[in-house]
Design a protein around this ligand. Structure first.
Ligand code: ADP
Ligand code: MG
Length: 623
């Protein structure tokens, strides 16, 4: 439940009597294991005295061989039967959405389909740094992000990195990574440079939701290992560098039948495709009703630096449908005839090349949930997040809406009329969640408020969604989580927030006390010595005077800010919820204060006197 992969290794060794052993492995061991579960977070699900946990083979995800070990993907539950992992609820949610989607398909006369499977393709962003530089930064090692660093003279202003030529060392890393991933059955396909210097992206070919989640975990692990072999460090943190683009993960999601047809693919014209419209309507209703829960699943301290920071979607959930599909929706709501603009083509100005038909969905990089032709792209995920959580919510909310629709339509006398009525009603009721404009625009937040959409800017605002009654009802109603299992997840996320901020704060203090303050003090003393000597010789000393004064003022301010952070850290309340709020309201601003003085000092300190690599050293170190 921490979001990272757990592994336990067993050797194939069994005593055979007479001091001998045989190397054997029984089917029983494959199917079930009994590891100690006492040291995993359980969110209060079990006391340590009942520490036994069970693993059970998940045969729907491929077993694979990694570094000479046969790896068996398993679910993990407690002695009392509570799920202690993300895989169990994910599998349950896949079952739920399949069951309800098949009910709907039957209504459309489909008697063949037995399963509907959520399909997922997660795009993974990351940074690569030179390992030697990385190792000189305690903050990167301890927290995965820089806690200090003035803006470099060059960031991403030239907009030359996105899709730019890939440097040889990075290309070698990418080729090696592909190779390792392919060996494990992960079909890594697309890779390119991202917006920020040293930032890149990898996208695999989509697959069933369960495998996609497992494969993304493997991908994150391998990115770090392979980077290490190339003398690089891979950063998966959401915001490794302030003032530079952060890293996200786009969760591309759709529903496919067991015979391979995509339920989110419109027909020859979207208007004609009633089935498509029904699934679309269910999705729109689901996102509107569970916007808070979707927001909560992507809430982490790392992601707080991204959402709404003009580089990632805002912390308000909305859906982008594109001009054409929104036109269809509005014509249904208003009962007017829809006039398609026809298949438009994009002229690209080179006569020798054929015109490219324009997608019926235009691109909108600012939307949290964008329809991209035959799938939805949930863009709020942070780069280090396990994709299971968001997919559990997408699957379950869809199961719930399809259940309601099936209940209603199964009893209808005239299916076509009931269907048309249902779609019109529900689209009207949930039209507010559709927004095709610029999500980065300030005015959107005001408008979203008028529409009654929720704005949950920080993790502390978002996490309580887990334990809202309607969301508990959603999960318990479909057998995804019990009430206790929901609370366990909530507790773990709340505690993780505080723990993360405290680690960052302690790392910051450590670096200030042991590296930055001593260095600025030495540098200040050197400036003062120089100043005294020059004065004695009657030389002019404007530079030395200014510099020494600024150094003193800023060092004092930094020392005071550090003292305040230390004092406040000792005041973090006991109760987990209060601790989370205290961290957000007091510790995070304290850290910002420390950082702002330290960053100003960096800009007025000579390069050789500054104790840690600066942003330009880090961001341009991979090549
Ligand atoms: P984009 O539209 O974001 O530029 P792609 O079309 O290449 O990119 O898809 C991005 C990711 O979405 C890839 O991992 C791809 O495999 C996945 N994807 C494509 N189609 C689907 C689908 N129907 N369902 C789920 N994921 C999909
Ligand atoms: Mg994308």
């Amino acid at each position: 439940m921490t979001g990272v992969t757990a592994e336990k290794h067993d050797s194939f060794i069994t005593p055979a009597g007479g001091g001998k052993v045989v190397m054997e492995f029984s089917g029983k061991e494959l199917v079930r294991g009994e590891p100690d579960a006492s040291s995993f977070p359980s969110g209060g699900l079990r006391a340590t005295f009942e520490a036994r946990g069970y693993t059970a083979w998940d045969p729907t995800s491929f077993a694979f061989i990694k570094e000479g070990s046969l790896c068996i993907p398993t679910i993990f539950c407690s002695y009392s039967g509570h799920a202690l992992d993300k895989k169990t609820p994910l599998l349950r949610s896949m079952e739920a959405v399949s069951r309800e989607a098949v009910r709907i398909l039957r209504l459309f006369g489909d008697t063949e389909t037995r399963h509907v499977i959520p399909q997922v393709g997660p795009e993974q962003e990351y940074f690569l740094l030179d390992k030697k530089m990385y190792q000189k930064r305690e903050d990167l090692i301890m927290t995965g992000r820089t806690l200090f660093g003035a803006k470099p003279p060059r960031g991403q202003e030239l907009e030359d990195h996105y899709f730019g030529a890939i440097r040889p060392r990075v290309a070698a890393f990418m080729a090696d990574l592909d190779n390792e991933l392919w060996k494990l059955g992960v079909l890594s396909k697309t890779k390119h440079n991202e917006a920020a210097p040293a930032q890149h992206e990898m996208a695999p070919i989509y697959t069933d939701c369960n495998s996609a989640c497992d494969q993304n975990q493997i991908t994150m692990e391998l990115m770090k290992k392979v980077a290490d072999r190339h003398g690089l460090a891979c950063l998966l943190h959401e915001k490794p560098f302030a003032g530079v683009n952060g890293s996200g993960k786009h969760d591309n999601w759709s529903l496919g039948t067991d015979s391979g047809s995509n339920l989110f693919r419109p027909g020859s014209t979207p208007r004609q495709n009633a089935r498509f419209l029904l699934f679309l309507t269910a999705f729109i209703k689901g996102v509107d009703e569970y916007q808070d829960m979707l927001r909560a699943t992507v809430a982490t301290p790392g992601n707080d630096h991204r959402l709404g920071a003009l580089e990632a979607p805002p912390a308000v959930v909305s859906i982008f449908l594109g001009e054409e599909l929104s036109g269809v929706v509005d014509s249904i709501i208003n009962d007017t005839e829809y006039k398609s603009a026809g298949k438009r083509t994009l002229q690209i100005g080179v006569d020798a090349l054929p015109p490219i038909p324009m997608d019926n969905t235009d691109r909108n990089r600012t939307s949290p949930m964008a329809f991209t032709g035959n799938k939805f792209e949930f863009r709020m995920l942070g780069s280090s997040l396990s994709v299971s959580g968001p997919n559990i919510v997408l699957n379950t909310m869809m199961a719930e809406e399809l259940r309601q629709f099936a209940d209603r339509l199964e009893g209808a006398e005239n299916f076509d009329r009931a269907l048309a009525e249902l779609i019109r009603q529900e689209l009207s009721a949930h039209r507010r969640i559709i927004f095709d404009g610029n999500g980065y625009d300030e005015s959107w937040l005001a408008e979203a408020k008028l529409r009654g959409l929720e704005n949950l800017p920080t993790t502390a605002d978002a996490l309580p969604a887990y334990i809202r009654q309607k969301n508990i009802d959603l999960f318990t109603g479909h057998g995804i989580y019990s009430r206790e299992e929901v609370y366990a997840r909530y507790n773990i996320h709340v505690e993780n927030y505080t723990a993360t901020i405290e680690i960052e704060a302690r790392t910051m203090i450590d670096m200030l006390r042991k590296e930055i303050l001593p260095a600025t003090s030495r540098y200040g003393t050197m400036l003062c010595d120089g100043l005294a000597k020059r004065k004695a010789l009657g030389l002019s000393c404007h530079y030395e005077e200014d510099n020494a004064r600024n150094n003193c003022l800023l060092s004092d301010a930094l020392s005071d800010a550090c003292g305040k952070l230390e004092r406040d850290l000792r005041r973090v309340p006991e109760s987990p919820e209060e601790a989370m709020l205290f961290c957000r309201n007091v510790i995070v601003p304290d850290m910002q204060e420390c950082r702002s003085f330290a960053d100003q000092l960096e800009t007025i300190t000579s390069r050789d006197a500054w104790p840690i690599p600066v942003y330009s050293d880090l961001l341009f170190s991979e090549g």
